[in-house]
Design a protein around this ligand. Structure first.
Ligand code: ATP
Ligand code: MG
Length: 525
């Protein structure tokens, strides 16, 4: 008799193991978490003859938040009432073990709950534990007519839940990883396209199109610069302060084959001899007081690209020798180093000093001068290319408007006239600053006018004005200027009398009288 029972028990255990094995094998073959959970719930609802089965996952945000992921039930069966569901999940998450309820109406652990006429009479809820943490819950519900879950069923469900929790947790991790990878790829793509956009912007900003110069002297400069961009020879850029030497050097680099490599700027004027040499060529630790570690120099940093040595005329004698060495064979030697290194760097240099004088009085090496100025580009004074002033003004006004967040910025012909006649000792830089200042002080609803220009500019206008274009009797000159101003303002306002009178500070009648006197006709009133 006992033997028969043992055999029956053994057979039941074998059948149970077979079931577990079949389910685990099935879910091991799939990767997607929802699919895994559907298989588990389907199998367990069938095996235990339940009316419904649900898997909830703990959300990453909080353990108390549960997300129903799969629910399997006959169409006529409602979900478990919200309160019961909450109490059951709370109990299982707290105790981290299976809860088996045989009769919901009379269970001490869930006092006061109703099975709703036996529809939710018995429950089985197991935690899905992976690495001792609950990733979710698995619940099964049976109605009164099916009777409570047996202990064997409870054991089987608990084992399947714990086995599948491991597989489920791994699949969840994999999905999370895939999602993060996808996000990473998206941000990588975004970064790449942002980098490309910035690169295009840099190229455009320093391209020749951004150097304003329609006058003959500037056309010559730009033609030369464009030619030298195509090769690697050193270029010496000369010209007074603010004429655009650095801007031109950048344009040469960004239009050359080296444009993807660094453009490094070094002013040779302000440093002590050792400091300048160490910045340009680097140093080894301990080579002088304060050299507490090895440092690579700017020539190394610019390797493959271009270095722009500004104010080259100020470079001390020993630095001049070292620069000559790079020019001759690409050789650099960090201060204190025993070995030399080699770099491939194009050298552009600039000066606003007369290097010939410096050679004569012995402060600049003749041999270096001849190496640096294989090609010399001389930038003209702004007052020697007045025709460029209006173009520069419109170019800067566009840039300043963007900088100040204004839609547009304009200027009256009278103010433009003052700008065009001024002598500009600080050249283009001074013009740019003057416009920045005027844009800030001017009335935002009106164009920049004469009164917005700096006192220094206005004060010296009379003295600085180029009067070479004026000759004849004073009255005739004044009339000529008045007539020109009327015509150019009318052109600017497209013949609008009201606007023109406002700009010129005249009444409408006053303007009309003047137009009649000069025989000028206007299109619009
Ligand atoms: N032709 C030009 N078109 C547009 N902007 C220009 C032009 N020339 C100069 N600029 C602008 O004027 C300013 C001064 O130019 P840059 O610094 O190149 O002059 P520089 O000759 O190097 O002066 P410095 O000798 O004082 O160093 C810069 O903001 C530059 O962008
Ligand atoms: Mg400069």
């Amino acid at each position: 008799m006992d033997e028969n029972r043992n055999i029956a028990q053994l057979e039941a255990t074998l059948a149970e193991l077979g079931c577990i094995n079949r389910i685990i094998e099935k879910i091991s073959r799939v990767r997607e978490t929802n699919h895994i959970m559907s298989i588990v719930i389907d199998e367990l609802v069938k095996l235990t003859d339940s009316d419904q089965g649900v898997i909830n996952l703990v959300t990453p945000a909080s353990v108390d938040d549960l997300l129903t992921v799969v629910r399997k039930s006959q169409p006529s069966v409602d979900s478990l009432p919200w309160k019961v569901n909450n109490l059951v999940s709370g109990w299982v998450l707290r105790n981290k073990r299976t809860l088996k309820v045989d009769d919901l109406d009379n269970d001490d652990r869930l006092p006061g709950q109703s099975s709703e006429n036996g529809r939710f009479q018995s429950l089985l809820c197991c935690p899905l534990l992976a690495r001792a943490e609950a990733v979710g819950l698995l619940s099964l519900v049976r109605s009164r007519d099916k009777g409570p879950f047996s202990d064997d069923q409870s054991r089987l469900v608990s084992i399947v839940a714990s086995q599948s929790a491991q597989i489920l947790s791994n699949a969840l991790l994999l999905e999370e990883l895939a999602r993060k990878n996808e996000l990473l790829e998206i941000s990588h793509k975004k970064l790449r396209s942002e980098y490309d956009r910035l690169q295009r912007e840099v190229n455009a900003t320093f391209a020749f199109e951004n150097i304003i110069g329609k006058s003959e002297p500037m056309r010559q400069v730009l033609m030369m610069a464009s030619k030298v961009s195509a090769n690697d020879s050193p270029v010496l850029i000369t010209g007074p302060t603010g004429t655009g030497k650095e801007l031109l050097a950048r344009a040469i680099h960004y239009n050359s084959a080296r444009k993807q490599k660094p453009f490094v700027v070094k002013n040779c004027g302000v440093k002590t001899e050792t400091l300048l040499e160490s910045e340009l060529f680097g140093h080894v630790k301990g080579s002088f007081t304060g050299a507490d570690r090895n440092k690579a120099g700017l020539f190394k940093e610019a390797d493959g690209g271009t270095i722009f040595l500004d104010e080259i005329g100020e470079a001390p004698a020993s630095t001049q020798v070292a620069i000559l060495r790079v020019l001759e064979n690409g050789e650099i030697r960090p201060i204190g180093a025993s070995a030399t290194e080699y770099v491939n760097v194009r050298i552009l240099s600039a000066t606003n000093r007369n290097l010939q004088d410096a050679i004569e009085n012995g402060t600049f090496r003749r041999d270096l001068y001849y190496r640096l100025n294989t090609i010399t580009i001389d930038l003209p004074l702004l007052r020697d290319r007045r025709g460029d002033v209006p173009h520069l003004v419109y170019h800067f006004l566009k840039q300043i408007a963007i900088k100040l967040g204004r839609d547009t910025l304009s200027i009256t012909p009278a103010a433009l006239d003052v700008l065009s006649r001024y002598s500009w000792p600080g050249n283009v830089r001074q013009l740019e600053h003057e416009l920045e200042r005027a844009a800030v002080v001017c009335d935002p609803d009106n164009p920049i006018d004469i009164c917005d220009l700096s006192p220094e500019l206005l004060g010296s206008t009379a003295a600085e004005i180029d009067t070479s274009g004026y000759h004849g009797k004073l009255r005739e000159v004044v009339e000529r200027v008045e007539r020109d101003l009327l015509v150019s303002t009318l052109n600017q306002t497209d013949g609008n009398i009201l606007k023109t009178s406002k700009i010129l500070g005249l009444t409408r009648k006053g303007l009309k009288d003047k137009l009649a006197r000069y025989g000028i006709s206007a299109k619009k009133d």
